[in-house]
Design a protein around this ligand. Structure first.
Ligand code: ME8
Length: 517
């Protein structure tokens, strides 16, 4: 039975160019989307840009241009980078687009009709970098500075419309408590629960002093608070409230909102409360991944450790896109904080070469030299070494599916390498090159070559979502075409006896000098 799968990234502020952080979330979402497509799910992968708010206005003013021009300029860079990175998103939502604006106005109008919105006045602190209201207690605790950017908080005092967050907060808390998989990882879930238990205020959802935003339908002198506008993207992109809402009906509720940990509260409190107000089901999961630093420090232009778009392009030009994907995914258990480190990058590239590249190379050489490139049937009784390889092949699909189900992306990257390591160990201990010299050992050699081939094939199929170019090149060398079959079918079937292999070529060439990444 085929099912649907909907995954989103945050929509990024185009107040600057994308960097390592944006790239990471988007590559992770891309990997998960690729996996689900291969698994046979009808998949929808959404990304986009969050173009309104004070931050955009201030950055544009500093550059002497209009916010719209700033957005257009940087959106083009985001779109180009995603193209260069081979990102397979199905849609790119811009919050300045008409389809989004109209739907946001419908959303606000529905909340208003539901008596969830009322006019009042906001008096308090605002973090412009995060576009976040900060309570007096929090502001004091943070010494009136942003917890994320360290810049001073701004004081606001103006009329505003409020959303009745206090009405929904107990329901949101109960939902989170009753649905353990809604917020992942577990530690993040606990954070939200304890903060919710401290109580919330109603949420200011309009700005009367800002012009760059979506006008409130019933009071166009106000624009919609940028987070209400932005969170709505997850349904406006699907056509919520539009004449054609077929995508919305097919894909909502979404399966995973992938986000960085700093925007957890918005996604697990404001967004669920809004959806409850709209009478809509909640997304199945919000997964908050960790934060990147570089060489042990917060990324910063002045420190010179900022992994910007130029740096990413340089790494890709030297090592290839797949090496970057692999490094980012295996850098830490998914959900934990991560640190960019040049030496680790080179190590992870060498791991690809020494483990995956090596077993492919050995397999194709041996099968070419000893069996004319044709897969033999096993020709001897199985011993413990053979059984270890066959067991690893058998367990691989289940382990991989389970790792993707848990979004344990580091495991998703390492499982195929583990299988390849088993093959390398198998070759080292059974020594097919010696057996090849002894005609009486032909049957034994057939068994070993057969086992190696089945495992190498599965390792490359399994790593396709992470190394789309390299794994496809490896499969082309193995002369297999898996199109038209699901991942489960391919992994279960393995290679048929008599399969004719192609020629091997180095997948991960040595890079000299292996300087910094
Ligand atoms: O917050 N480490 O946009 P944004 C890991 N527009 N991930 C990082 C990162 C880092 N150092 N830096 C950025 C916004 N990210 C809002 C979102 S969604 C309805 C609105 C990634 O441009 C990570 O995914 O500041 C983080 O959540 C996101 O970029 C923030 O992007």
């Amino acid at each position: 039975m085929s099912s649907t799968f909907y995954i989103s990234t945050p929509i990024y502020y185009p107040n600057g160019e994308p960097h390592l952080g944006h790239t990471y979330t988007t590559l992770c979402a891309d990997t998960i989307a690729r996996y689900h497509r291969m698994a046979g799910d009808e998949t929808f992968f959404l990304t986009g840009t969050d173009e309104h708010g004070v931050k955009m206005v201030k950055t544009a003013a500093a550059a002497g241009i209009e916010p719209r021009a700033l957005a257009d300029k940087n959106v083009a860079v985001f779109e180009l980078l995603w193209k260069e990175l081979g990102i397979t998103h199905d849609d790119f939502i811009r919050t300045s687009s008409d389809r989004h604006k109209l739907a946001v106005q419908n959303i606000v109008a529905r909340l208003q009709a539901n008596d969830d919105i009322y006019l009042g006045a906001y008096e308090g602190w605002y973090d412009e970098g995060q576009e976040e209201f900060v309570t007096e207690t929090e502001a004091k605790a943070r010494e009136f500075k942003s917890a994320i950017t360290g810049r001073p908080l701004t004081r606001y005092s103006e009329p505003t419309y409020f959303f009745r967050l206090t009405k929904y907060a107990p329901k949101v808390l109960a939902y989170i408590e009753q649905n353990p998989s809604f917020i992942q990882p577990e530690s993040r879930r606990n954070e939200v629960i304890s903060k919710l238990k401290q109580g919330v205020d109603d949420l200011s959802i309009s700005r009367a002093t800002l012009k760059w935003g979506i006008p409130l339908p019933h009071d166009p002198a106000h624009v919609v608070y940028v987070w209400i506008d932005a969170l709505s993207n997850y349904i406006t992109a699907l056509g919520y409230s539009a004449a054609d809402d077929s995508r919305f009906r097919k894909f909502w509720p979404g399966d995973v909102h992938l986000i960085g940990k700093e925007i957890l509260w918005f996604h697990t409190v404001y967004w669920p409360a809004m959806l409850m107000g709209l009478g809509l089901p909640l997304p199945k999961q919000v997964f908050a991944h960790g934060w990147w630093t570089a060489e042990g420090k917060k990324m910063s232009k002045t420190l010179g450790n900022f992994i910007d778009i130029e740096r990413l392009r340089k790494v890709i030009a030297t090592y290839g896109l797949d090496a970057l994907r692999f490094y980012l995914l295996r850098a830490a258990p998914f959900g934990s904080d991560l640190d960019w480190n040049d030496a680790d990058f080179v190590k992870s590239y060498n791991e690809l070469a020494n483990v995956l590249g090596n077993c492919q190379n050995r397999l194709l050489k041996m099968i070419g030299n000893y069996r004319g490139g044709v897969l033999p049937a096993p020709g001897s009784a199985l011993d413990d070494h053979d059984r270890q390889v066959l067991d690893a092949c058998e367990q691989f699909p289940g382990k991989l599916a389970d790792a993707y189900r848990r979004l344990a992306l580091q495991e998703c990257a390492m499982l195929p390498l583990e299988l390849a390591r088993v093959v390398n160990g198998y070759i080292d201990s059974t020594k097919p090159f010696s057996l090849a010299k002894d005609p009486a050992a032909a049957g034994r050699l057939d068994t070993i070559l057969h086992g190696c081939a089945q495992a190498v094939y599965r390792a490359f199929v399994g790593i396709l979502p992470i190394l789309p170019e390299k794994a496809a090149a490896a499969l082309a060398q193995l002369n297999v075409d898996i199109r038209g079959r699901t991942l489960g079918e391919v992994l279960a079937a393995g290679l048929p006896i008599g399969h004719k292999f192609g020629e091997g070529q180095a997948l991960f060439p040595r890079i000299n000098p292996p300087a910094k990444a």
